[in-house]
Design a protein around this ligand. Structure first.
Ligand code: SF4
Length: 504
């Protein structure tokens, strides 16, 4: 487990090293780049022809291989400049927060990883790994995540949970896929390389969820609406089908490499509202993505503003927003140009519209919650927007296969909600945690928290399943009889039994 302070100290320590390494850096970079892409440089003219015939994402990946020093894309949702390397500089004064207004989101794409290596030389030995793996898996990071969360001073940065969370590695590929990709790369034939990438992607079960076919309303205007549970409708707003960064373990990874079959998105809100008006059994809307919080407030308001009117679809009581932005780009709620507007919108949906607004926050690790920027965001969402924050995340090996996170969350007023298992897609084998172990992590997490989130009184019995024979007239525990070979957690007098020493 990493030092909780590590989120702020690595950047500053790196700056000391940076002065010494800066003189050497350009020479190292150019020789490294030459070593990395000799054959592709030779085939530059052929590559341009190939690129025209390929999907933009794959072509982008190739451009990275052929031109490692290319500059990064601007994310279409944001503009302006970002000042790299800023430390956490939110200063609480008399209960008010003074927030700097100079940071603008700018996505770090695969083309920009060399720039990251300039700031964080620990990345240099892994550039080839990241770039080649990044041909198969989508890569995007936020400056905040890269500069303020990854512990670049770690002995092996690849073991840092936040590095693993956003930087792809060839270890995410099965051995046969990896050999195939490396062989295709060594051959220096771009067309073959791209074909190999496509073959590998197709082998990684890119469509595990079947969301287009399952529970979709039979209405052509509802291209991004899924009526999954009788009381809950999922909405995938078109402008929210990306994220501030991409998780290496994302089960929707194929959506981010331009897979048209996964373009499941709602282009406008009116047909959604029409559908909801015909379904009074629906009480909840879950806005999801991607990440709806990458949307500018103006776009988000198309979906949420009507709910500031208590008479509008009054059967809709709960609005849930699934988002990773609290820790991928906390500035979304504090210093972005329209941060105040989004807080105000959420507040009015709650206070004026009378709806319960829940932020379903994807949070992976307690260290994510340690920075002043994230703390300020959480405070604003709770105290100014009056939202409830619930946390959820998959349990991923090497990232968060530890129980500590929930305790931190409870102490911040966040309600732990779900733990998910790695799905059968992408790099499942690299991140998977066996169910028995996940169950222990879940039980230990529950046990580590106060009764505020526990629905089980006796902590010794958390995570120890037991069964009793069905007894329709039982009114108290000691009326029940255990199934053969099982023990109940209370004795014949209804008193807690001593906890068995081993279960796992
Ligand atoms: S935030 Fe969610 S949707 Fe976005 S990459 Fe991560 S897991 Fe996938």
């Amino acid at each position: 487990m990493q030092n909780p302070q590590a989120s702020s100290s690595p950047s500053s320590r790196c700056r000391y090293h940076l002065a010494l390494t800066a003189l050497l850096l350009s020479a190292i970079l150019s020789s490294f780049a030459d070593a990395f892409t000799p054959s592709l440089h030779r085939q530059k003219s052929r590559l341009l022809l190939v690129n025209r015939a390929l999907s933009s994402t794959t072509a982008t990946s190739l451009a990275v291989l052929s031109n490692p020093l290319a500059s990064s894309d601007l994310d279409q949702n944001y503009g302006g400049l970002f000042t790299f390397g800023v430390a956490n500089n939110i200063v609480p004064t008399d209960g008010m927060l003074k927030l700097p207004h100079h940071e603008r989101y700018k996505a770090i794409s695969l083309q920009a990883v060399d720039k990251v290596a300039e700031r964080h030389p620990a990345l240099l030995p892994h550039l080839h790994d990241v770039k080649l793996a990044g041909m198969v898996f989508p890569f995007k990071a936020s400056p905040y995540y890269v500069d303020e969360l990854i512990d670049w001073d770690a002995e092996d940065v690849r073991q840092d949970p936040f590095y693993r969370l956003v930087f792809p590695t060839l270890d995410m590929l099965r051995k046969d896929h990896r050999s195939k990709l490396e062989a295709a790369y060594a051959e220096g034939n771009p067309k073959k390389l791209l074909g190999t990438v496509d073959e590998i992607r197709a082998d990684l079960n890119p469509h595990p969820a079947g969301q287009k076919d399952l529970n979709s309303p039979k209405d052509n205007s509802l291209t991004g609406v899924q009526h999954k549970y009788s009381e809950t409708v999922l909405v995938f707003p078109a402008a929210g089908q990306t994220c501030h960064a991409y998780c290496t373990y994302c089960f929707r990874w194929a959506q981010f490499i331009g897979d048209d079959e996964l373009r499941f998105a709602q282009k406008e809100a009116h047909s959604l509202f029409r559908y909801l008006s015909q379904h009074e059994e629906v009480s909840d809307i879950l806005m999801t993505g991607g990440d709806p919080m990458v949307m500018k407030t103006k776009s988000l308001a198309q979906y949420l503003e009507p709910f500031t009117n208590p008479n509008f679809l009054p059967h809709i009581k709960n609005i849930r927003i699934g988002t990773r932005s609290l820790t991928f780009w906390p500035q979304r709620f504090t210093t972005d140009d329209d941060a105040d507007e989004v807080i105000e919108l959420l507040r009015r949906v709650h206070e004026v519209g009378g709806r319960h607004v829940a932020i379903m926050a994807h949070l992976s690790h307690p260290r994510e919650l340690s920075t002043s920027k994230v703390k300020a965001t959480i405070r604003r969402l709770q105290k100014e927007a009056y939202t409830t924050i619930r946390s959820q995340s998959p349990v991923m090996r090497g990232i968060n296969d530890q129980p500590e996170k929930w305790r931190t969350e409870v102490n911040m007023g966040i309600i732990p909600y779900y733990m998910f298992m790695a799905r059968d897609t992408g790099a499942q084998h690299f991140f998977d945690v066996p169910m028995a172990r996940a169950h222990k992590i879940y039980s230990d997490a529950l046990r580590s928290c106060s009764g505020l989130i526990r629905t089980c009184r006796d902590e010794g019995w958390i995570g120890r399943p037991f069964f009793a024979k069905y007894h329709p007239d039982a009114v108290w525990f000691d009326d029940l009889v255990p199934l053969d070979g099982m023990e109940l957690p209370w004795d014949e007098n209804g008193l807690p039994r001593e906890v068995p020493s081993t279960v796992y």
